[in-house]
Ligand binder design. Structure first.
Ligand code: NDP
Length: 273
């Protein structure tokens, strides 16, 4: 029987996931279909249970249900536990496995696609919301020398540092407000939602070290204001389209046990933006 998957959200019409997974399924000859499921704001769990009852095998979860998906899961992967949020559900014999593939998506895009090695590097992570928390464990697993979390509300960055002390290994993990980020970094990741409002976190241009990579999790037809700022101070820049594609590829692997190629799809999506 053709295996059924969906992306669940509210809104969900804008999601690129159905196109991405249709392409992965065709490329890897998987017998599956993938649709959109608009869940009422107060009806996420009921929508998931109904989809399971219809034979659904898995789902991607998007705004605003990632925390509810975390609560609904009957088992969590370590990376979902660390993220405190779930973007991938797998339904198996009554069990609901919750996973989070956002962080590995980011790391794959930076390391493999952008050719930027993270080990022994100094990283500045801007933001302390869901996206920042979701990428911390996969970043720390790559053993950077230092990871500084800077946030508008510095207390939230400090909370994250406390929470991830156990997983920091040999990495110097610290927190500050934007104004206190005065060192030079090899990699600066914008995990704030400032770009959505065309705003720039108030950063010193000196944070971009020689040969620095500046990565914005947001993506669009034009470089974000953060990318423009970084480029004007000599940094190499990259937006979050690759993260989107790679987190989808990881979800596909969780469900189907097959790793799809992503390069051509990435180029096709870029051309459509
Ligand atoms: P949250 O709402 O959980 O967190 C927002 C963060 O941005 C907080 O740290 C907040 O600071 C900060 N912030 C908001 N506005 C500003 C501003 N004007 N200046 C400085 N800081 C600001 O959002 P998420 O963490 O879920 O998402 C963050 C971004 O990541 C979004 O743009 C989202 O689209 C992107 N994303 C991309 C993905 C991809 O696949 N490419 C996957 C997941 C997310 P404070 O704590 O002070 O309020």
């Amino acid at each position: 029987m053709t295996a059924a998957y969906v992306v669940i959200g509210n809104p969900v019409a804008h999601s690129k996931s159905p196109d991405i997974h249709a392409r992965f399924a065709a490329d890897t000859a998987q017998d599956m279909r993938y649709g959109r499921l608009l869940a009422p704001l107060d009806g996420f769990a009921a929508a998931v249970q109904e989809f399971i009852a219809q034979g659904g095998r898995g789902a991607n979860v998007t705004v605003p249900f990632k925390l509810e998906a975390y609560a609904l899961a009957t088992a969590l992967t370590p990376r979902a536990q660390a993220a405190g949020a779930v973007n991938t559900l797998k339904f198996d014999d009554g069990a609901i496995l919750g996973d989070n593939t956002d962080g590995v998506g980011l790391v794959t895009d930076i390391v493999r696609n952008a050719g930027f090695e993270l080990a022994h590097k100094k990283i500045l992570l801007l933001g302390a919301g869901g996206a920042a928390r979701g990428v911390l464990l996969p970043l720390l697993e790559r053993q950077p020398a230092q990871l500084t979390i800077a946030n508008r509300t510095a207390a939230k960055a400090r909370q994250l540092v406390q929470q991830f002390q156990q997983q920091r290994g040999g990495c110097l993990l610290n927190a500050c407000g934007f104004a206190e980020a005065t060192q030079q970094y090899d990699l600066v990741i914008n995990a704030t939602s400032a770009s959505l409002q065309a705003e720039l976190p108030p950063l010193a241009a000196s944070v971009f070290g020689p040969a620095a990579l500046a990565y914005d999790m947001m993506y669009g037809a034009q470089p974000t204001i953060f990318m423009q700022f970084a480029a004007s101070h000599g940094a190499r820049v990259r937006d979050g389209l690759g993260m989107l594609v790679e987190q989808a590829a990881e979800s596909f692997f969780v469900w189907r046990g097959v790793r799809p190629h992503t390069d051509e799809l990435f180029a096709a999506l870029r051309a459509q933006l």
